[in-house]
Design a protein around this ligand. Structure first.
Ligand SMILES: [Zn+2]
Length: 311
């Protein structure tokens, strides 16, 4: 029998990791096939390709996880290790697939996503660029060679020629800094649909998603995910947070808890170890530092490439 939810663990590392991809995973509801990626680290296509390679060597489950098979992306917050791959994801959906995905997040996260993370690179698209064929290129080469020949044969006129060429190059560079077009101006909703996670439950296909803000530098949401007809959420995910017993109580109402751990204003492993044994047994760690050896961790670590089947 198929499980209720499947989690594809695409990254387990922190912001500074040299060992892993940054923390992220994809939720799959096997009956409908719906996939919801939670956070989108830099080099996201590579993250997914590494996951597929790993799964192809295992049991093939998740071996087709790709930008074309993930139609929904939830962003917990705007630190680069959690959202740095969004530009590539949206570009690939637009230019390679022509299918808009849905972006989910708290309004406080999504409102800032475009102006602070994406617009600088994504709001202007040139519709065309000059094209060159072989004949055009050899004509250009011949013209340049002839101009240089003229310069070296007559040094007096050469200086004037140099000045003219410098002037033309400057004008070219000025034009390239602000190309007049043809171009199109785009906004976030040209690339994706948007679903804001407000208080209460947000329904996405069969998924019921709740969010709660965490203790972090910028607006960040933990989530709980459930299915219609179930009393308890199937799992909760802390996202990035300082140790917060109230948040952990909220997450612990789910059957299963994915919690971050790290240094600084994150959650020390030593604090998680103070929790009741029953809760630690149904907790899995993510966003852990490179220095933590997963095999030696007193709370089980998620591993990159894992598939977790929930019930
Ligand atoms: Zn963060």
């Amino acid at each position: 029998m198929s499980c209720l939810l499947r989690l594809h663990i695409t990254g387990v590392g922190d912001a500074f990791t040299e060992r892993y991809h940054n923390a992220s995973f994809c939720i799959e509801e096997p009956q409908s096939g719906l996939r919801l990626q939670v956070d989108c680290p830099p080099a996201f296509p590579r993250v997914l390709a590494d996951y597929r390679r790993h799964r192809a060597q295992q049991d093939q489950v998740g071996a087709n996880l790709g930008i074309d098979t993930i139609d929904h992306l939830l962003i917990t917050h705007l630190h680069g290790d959690h959202c740095g791959g969004t530009e590539a994801y949206l570009y690939m959906r637009r230019f390679l697939l022509g299918r808009k995905p849905t972006l989910l997040g708290a309004p406080q996260v999504l409102d800032a996503l475009w102006p602070t993370r994406l617009s600088g690179g994504m709001e202007r698209l040139l519709l065309s660029a000059p094209s060159w064929d072989a004949a055009g290129l050899s004509q250009r080469t011949a013209a340049r060679a002839s101009a240089q020949g003229d310069v070296s044969s007559d040094s007096g006129e050469g200086e004037a020629q140099d000045a003219l060429q410098d002037q033309a190059a400057l004008q070219d560079q000025a034009a390239l800094q602000d190309p007049g077009g043809p171009l199109v101006s785009l906004g976030l909703l040209d690339y994706c649909e948007r679903t804001d996670l407000h208080r209460g439950v947000t329904q996405l296909g069969p998924l019921r998603i709740e969010r709660r803000f965490t203790r972090h530098h910028i607006p960040t949401t933990a989530i709980r995910v459930s299915l219609a007809g179930r009393k308890r959420p199937l799992f909760g995910y802390s996202a990035d947070t300082a140790f917060d017993p109230d948040l952990i109580d909220w997450l612990a109402e789910a059957d299963w808890v994915i919690h971050e751990t790290n240094y600084g204003t994150h959650t020390p492993l030593s604090s998680l170890l103070l929790l009741p044994a029953g809760l630690k047994a149904r907790m899995r760690l993510i966003h852990y530092p490179d220095a933590l050896e997963p095999e030696e961790s007193p709370i089980t670590c998620l591993r990159e490439g894992d598939v977790v089947e929930l019930f």
